[in-house]
Design a protein around this ligand. Structure first.
Ligand SMILES: Nc1ncnc2c1ncn2[C@@H]1O[C@H](COP(=O)(O)OP(=O)(O)O)[C@@H](O)[C@H]1O
Ligand SMILES: [Mg+2]
Length: 285
């Protein structure tokens, strides 16, 4: 698929500006990172043609997003709140959805089989939806999004509500899926996309505030993150822009943003640090 180019996307809902001049190029795996209310779901619904932007264009080569039916053939979508008919089995659900997607009867069983294999649900295909754990249900959601082998997979907040083990497993599934197709994953949790996505787009208040590779984003905060240990009774957290604190014996290890070039305390920034830095920076403008 050609690079998907979003140009000057604006979205107003009930007089409120939800997306403000979003410009983005989608190729490979992209992590859309932002706090709740940033506009991630709205952007994904526009990208998947479920809603129209108030203004702006989306295209991939000759393919224009006004041609919804054609665009939809290329997109698989796992919405934030995915659910299915509780009394159906996984197999029945996928059969039903494959039919709706217009997948030929002759190949339908093969397509479903290989999709279930890909998301590791083959051995539970006869289980009813109501019996599934959160992680399994999310994998059914991925399976339905993969039917028809879309060139772009769009996944909204994939790990919300999953327990730690399910989260880890689901991330590794997304990583695998992102290797051979375009994928956009939205989340407010850095770890969800840290090892999965080539590029990261930070969204805040409906605006793209940073877009680049992980290396590029990290390089922007290098030299700004420091770590220092203080005696418990000597630490004055109010004077520091604190990222995190750890207690260690009679000491506090404080990780913070520094502006003072304290070379001996500078540490390598993490993506989590960078995210926090830009989200806070934007707040102060
Ligand atoms: N249909 C709607 N009506 C009113 N407000 C909406 C609607 N959809 C989204 N919003 C508002 O737009 C903002 C962004 O929402 P959303 O795209 O869901 O953000 P995110 O997915 O990043 O949490 C929020 O303030 C939300 O309340
Ligand atoms: Mg959302």
């Amino acid at each position: 698929m050609d690079t998907i180019v979003l140009s000057h996307i604006h979205k107003n809902i009930k007089g409120k500006e939800i997306l403000k001049d979003v410009n983005l190029e989608i190729k490979g795996s992209i992590g859309l990172l932002g706090p709740n209310g940033a506009g991630k779901t709205t952007l994904m619904r526009i990208l998947t043609t479920l809603i129209d932007p108030s203004s702006g264009t989306i295209r991939a080569g000759q393919l224009l997003w006004e041609n919804k039916t054609e665009v939809r053939e290329h997109i698989g979508y796992l919405p934030q709140h995915f659910s299915m008919y509780k009394n159906m089995t996984i197999m029945e659900c996928l059969n039903h959805l494959a039919l709706l997607k217009g997948i030929d009867k002759g190949i339908r069983q093969d397509v479903i089989h290989s999709t279930l294999e890909e998301v590791n649900l083959l051995n539970v295909q006869s289980n009813k939806i109501r019996q599934l754990s959160g992680g399994m249900l999310r994998r059914v959601g991925i399976a339905q999004a993969l039917l028809g082998n879309p060139k772009l997979l769009v996944v909204d907040e994939p790990t919300v509500g999953l327990d730690i083990e399910e989260r880890v497993r689901f991330r590794s599934l997304l990583r695998k899926l992102g290797k051979n197709r375009n994928i956009v994953i939205s989340t407010h949790i850095v770890e969800d996309i840290e090892t999965t996505c080539d590029q990261i787009c930070i969204l805040k208040n409906g605006k793209v505030i940073k877009f680049g590779t992980k290396t590029e984003i990290l390089s922007l905060v290098r030299g700004k993150v420091a770590e220092k240990s203080f005696l418990l009774d000597q630490v004055d957290l109010d004077s520091l822009r604190v990222i995190s604190t750890k207690e260690s014996g009679d000491k506090y290890i404080v990780r913070y943003f520094t502006t003072k070039g304290e070379d001996e305390y500078i540490v390598e920034p993490s993506l989590e640090d960078a995210y926090l830095y830009f989200i806070q920076e934007e707040k102060e403008i």
